[in-house]
Write a protein that binds this ligand. Structure first.
Ligand code: BGC
Length: 404
């Protein structure tokens, strides 16, 4: 890693520590003032509430959790909420009625799910927030996720490198960049954006980067992230937002798009194809010839979805931040196992505050996947190595046509 990158990374870690407050003692669960002790034991039912089947990763997450928990001697019940907050509350109520002694929740809307998990807690269930933090409630016991800012850091580093910003790229004629943040109801989204914005903002300050929509300027604040968010991480919505940016862009070149999720990247690509058929992934953005209007922008992503593997393979997407989600399922199972053995799970990481309490938190490490890896990056077939997809599916992905 370059020294400048190392210094930036170290700086980021300090900033992230400042984001969270110190560990509070785990408070016992209370119902009407009286303590409710978790009765979780081996063989019990564990309820799993996932947001949607429409996203590739949550299908893998659900399957992994069932597999790990059952191998550890628990029963499981898995529900998908079709991206509907009210459906998710119903799912959680049903899981608890079925006798779940712990519930693992990847929330659709981190705040809306509060009352349902409170009810689960009142019934004595342990509540584990999975990947996405459950907000503004005391009723969440543990949180397992990935290092959130790292997503944005890896995305921004790719943009900085490909645009040669450290060596003055964009100094003569500013480079156009479009920026997207994740869903406004997902607590992960501002952390992803923070990781990226801390690194990209100085290039807005120096005038090397400009947002053609005019929404993001050097004075854009982290708190403003919802102005560029994509509700429900929705591809069609992303495409609409990109259409508006493309209108402002007109016939100028576009150097990069900061996208926090592979499906958003796909919506972005479709919009570019419609608005500017002259732009083609076969002419990748080249910092030595940045005024080429037909050059395809550097587009980032997250999750290692099938479509991203295809698009990276053919040069339409520059990278994806891949989360080996089997690590989350293993950590979640460890927590549940420890509780069933009468132990108190403890993490050596800083807790995350959900607005009501400091929630004990475990952070996994994500990886950056690119076509030709260097340094710490991984190749595209890492998704097979880590069991996210099969070799057969991988072969299909790299033979599929791009941007359908
Ligand atoms: C997850 C990401 C995912 C996104 C959209 C986020 O909460 O952390 O991995 O890309 O949701 O599903």
């Amino acid at each position: 890693m370059k020294l400048s990158k190392f210094i930036k990374k170290a700086g980021m870690m300090i900033t992230s520590l400042a984001l969270v407050s110190s560990l509070a003692a785990c408070s016992p669960t209370t119902r009407g003032g009286e303590n409710v002790t978790s009765s979780l034991k081996e063989g019990d039912l564990i309820g799993i509430s996932m947001p949607t089947k429409a996203d590739q990763r949550w299908n893998v997450d659900g399957g992994n959790l069932v597999k790990e928990l059952e191998a550890a001697g628990f029963k499981t019940q898995l529900a998908y909420a079709n991206n509907s907050p009210s459906q998710q509350s119903t799912d959680i109520n049903n899981l608890v009625s079925s006798g779940a002694k712990a519930i693992v929740v990847a929330s659709v809307d981190g705040t809306a799910v509060g009352p349902a998990v409170q009810q689960a807690k009142d019934e004595g269930a342990t509540v584990i927030a999975y990947d996405r933090l459950i907000m503004n409630t005391e009723a969440v016991d543990y949180y397992v996720t990935f290092d959130l800012e790292r997503t944005g850091i890896l995305e921004a580093e790719t943009i900085i490198e490909k645009l040669d910003l450290e060596n003055g790229g964009g100094k003569d004629t500013p480079y156009n960049i479009a920026l997207f943040a994740g869903s406004d109801d997902d607590n992960n989204a501002p952390y992803f954006f923070k990781g990226a914005w801390d690194l990209l903002q100085p290039y807005f300050e120096s005038g090397q980067l400009v947002d053609p929509s005019g929404i993001v300027t050097k004075d854009f604040k982290l708190e403003d992230w919802k102005k560029i968010s994509v509700h429900a991480w929705d591809q069609t919505q992303a495409q609409k937002q990109m259409d508006a940016i493309m209108t402002k862009l007109g016939d100028q070149p576009l150097a990069a798009v900061l996208s926090p999720y592979d499906a958003i990247s796909l919506g972005v690509m479709k919009s570019i194809k419609n608005a500017r058929p002259d732009m083609s992934p076969s002419i990748p953005f080249d910092a030595t010839n940045p005024t080429n209007k037909s050059a395809w922008p550097v587009i980032t992503g997250q999750d290692g979805m099938d479509i991203a593997i295809t698009n990276i393979y053919y040069g339409a997407q520059a990278q994806t931040v891949y989360k080996n989600v089997s690590l989350l399922a293993e950590q979640t199972t460890n927590i549940i196992k420890e509780i069933s053995e009468g132990k108190t799970p403890s993490s050596d990481k800083e807790p995350m505050n959900n607005g009501k309490k400091d929630v004990p938190t475990w952070l996994m490490q994500s990886d950056e996947l690119v076509k030709e890896p260097t340094g710490d990056q991984k190749g595209l077939d890492y998704v097979v190595e880590t069991g996210f997809i099969t070799e057969e599916q991988y072969q299909k992905n790299i033979k599929a046509p791009i941007i359908e």
